[in-house]
Design a protein around this ligand. Structure first.
Ligand code: 5AD
Ligand code: SF4
Length: 448
């Protein structure tokens, strides 16, 4: 397979485009750090890059098709292309096909192999094409450069992969088996992020609450133990974690929501469906009742907790009555915010070949009804927050002069004006609710 268009040897500038989940954002940042270590600099906004990394997502939609159109769009007027690397879950799942179909792609690198990107770039500069989708038992994290940069909020991957095998989900195949990063490495990375300016760290994992490790005293600890230790880092103001599985919601973690002040009152706990039959067909290994009991316990520990979740409508065989059960569950919980999706058959997953695929118009209708209910609840949650005074972490400037944007403890976007700086934790009264954000009034000057 030859590519008639010339490509730049020894790239000087890069751009990393990440799609999909927050872990891809984390991986994208780490790839950028790796490239920067090679002396390659970020391409200025609006300018072509010599090297483009497409960090892809395979969880829904026709993700592979999107990759091909992105590759096409990178072609320049003179027919040349930058050096293109396809990374992420599409690379893992469909690397061979991408190499065969898209000559402009010089590198295909899976989520567990991207520490090898510098070697691949070198090979690509010499005109060789490389695919690396190994899932080595040893961790890529050891091979990555130390963290040196951070904004006020940072992601920290603590756990990767999934052993749950929900029947609709491609993650166990693209991200591999569950692994937990060692406790000491995580404490070190968190401290570096904080030194570099992070005030809030979100711990990431496909099943983040399945994380286990051994602390410095040799004791086995779960995610709650890690959170408690991170809370000791003086300049770290806030800790969050995502995404959790109901079956790994331990009593210790629930308790931490009650007594670790830096752990924000927000829990993203996907349930996917309100029907026990559908949950069983999805291999979720929990029922609605159990999910509600967990939420009740979390609310007992932290009464103001904001709840979030994921839903799939139109799983194969889902009946109208079963979908109504999902709406009923939504009404029962009263979520602060949620993600909801139409079922998308993923190649190689058990659900993709189940009979009774739900027709698209039915899925469209169900998604619309579900999102109407979820939007109603989100607005209600925001409205109920009006009048509260809370801390807001300032993340960036807003569109209007003097305006700042930040997050409330409950992960609501808050905008306000005042004399503050990015990274400050300030006290704000929430004064007016919108569907997606809240207007606030600054109460006291910056505390940091
Ligand atoms: N179709 C639709 N949604 C899916 N998700 C995962 N796989 C699929 C699929 N095949 C959703 C689930 C999961 C979220 C990350 O994406 O709701 O929690
Ligand atoms: Fe996918 Fe289920 Fe694992 Fe989540 S728990 S990553 S939905 S298989």
């Amino acid at each position: 397979m030859s590519n008639p268009a010339p490509t730049p040897a020894n790239p000087k500038t890069y751009r990393v485009k990440s799609f999909g989940c927050q872990m891809n954002v984390y991986d994208g940042d780490r790839m950028a750090e790796l490239l920067a270590e090679q002396g390659i600099t970020p391409a200025p906004e609006g300018e072509d890059a010599d090297l483009v990394v497409l960090n892809t997502c395979h969880i829904r939609e026709k993700a592979a098709e999107k990759v091909y159109s992105d590759i096409g769009r990178l072609r320049r007027e003179d027919g040349s292309s930058p050096l293109i690397a396809v990374a992420g879950c599409v690379a893992q799942a469909e690397g061979e096909e991408i190499m065969a179909r898209a000559p402009a792609v010089k590198m295909v690198v899976g989520p567990q192999a991207y520490h090898r990107l510098p070697d691949m770039v070198k090979a690509a500069s010499e005109g060789r094409r490389m695919t690396d989708t190994d899932m080595p038992a040893e961790t890529k994290f050891d091979a990555l450069p130390k963290r040196r940069r951070s904004g006020p909020t940072a992601f920290l991957t603590v756990q990767e992969g999934c052993d749950k095998f929900c029947t609709y989900c491609v993650v166990p195949y693209t991200r591999g088996a569950e692994i937990s990063r060692p406790h000491a490495d995580l404490i070190e990375e968190a401290k570096r992020l904080v030194e570099a300016g992070a005030r809030e760290i979100t711990l990431l994992g496909q099943n983040v609450n399945a994380w286990t490790g051994e602390n410095a005293k040799g004791q086995a600890v779960g995610l709650d133990g890690l959170i408690r230790e991170l809370a000791e880092i003086p300049d770290l103001a806030r800790i969050r974690y995502t995404t959790s599985h109901p079956n790994d919601m331990t009593p210790g973690l629930i308790e931490a929501h009650g007594d670790v002040a830096k752990l924000m009152p927000f829990l993203h706990l996907p349930v996917q469906s309100g029907s026990d039959r559908v949950l069983k067909a999805m291999n979720r290994a929990h029922q609605v009742e159990k999910y509600l009991t967990i939420l009740e316990e979390v609310r007992k520990a932290r009464p103001d907790i904001a709840l979030s979740g994921d839903f799939i409508v139109g799983f194969p065989g889902e009946t109208d009555a079963e979908f109504e059960e999902t709406l009923k569950l939504v009404d029962t919980v009263g979520y602060a915010q949620c993600f909801s999706f139409k079922y998308s058959p993923r190649p190689g997953t058990p659900a993709a070949t189940m009979g009774e695929q739900v027709p698209m118009p039915v899925m469209d209708e169900r998604l619309k009804r579900l999102q109407t209910a979820l939007n109603r609840d989100q607005y209600a949650f925001n409205t109920a927050s009006v009048g509260k005074t809370c801390e807001v972490l300032v993340e960036r400037r807003g569109k209007h002069p003097g305006q700042w944007l930040g997050k409330s403890p409950w992960l609501q976007s808050v905008h306000f004006t005042g004399d503050v700086a990015v990274g400050d934790v300030v006290t704000v009264e929430l004064v007016e609710a919108g569907p997606n954000s809240i207007a606030g009034a600054l109460k006291v000057p910056a505390s940091a």
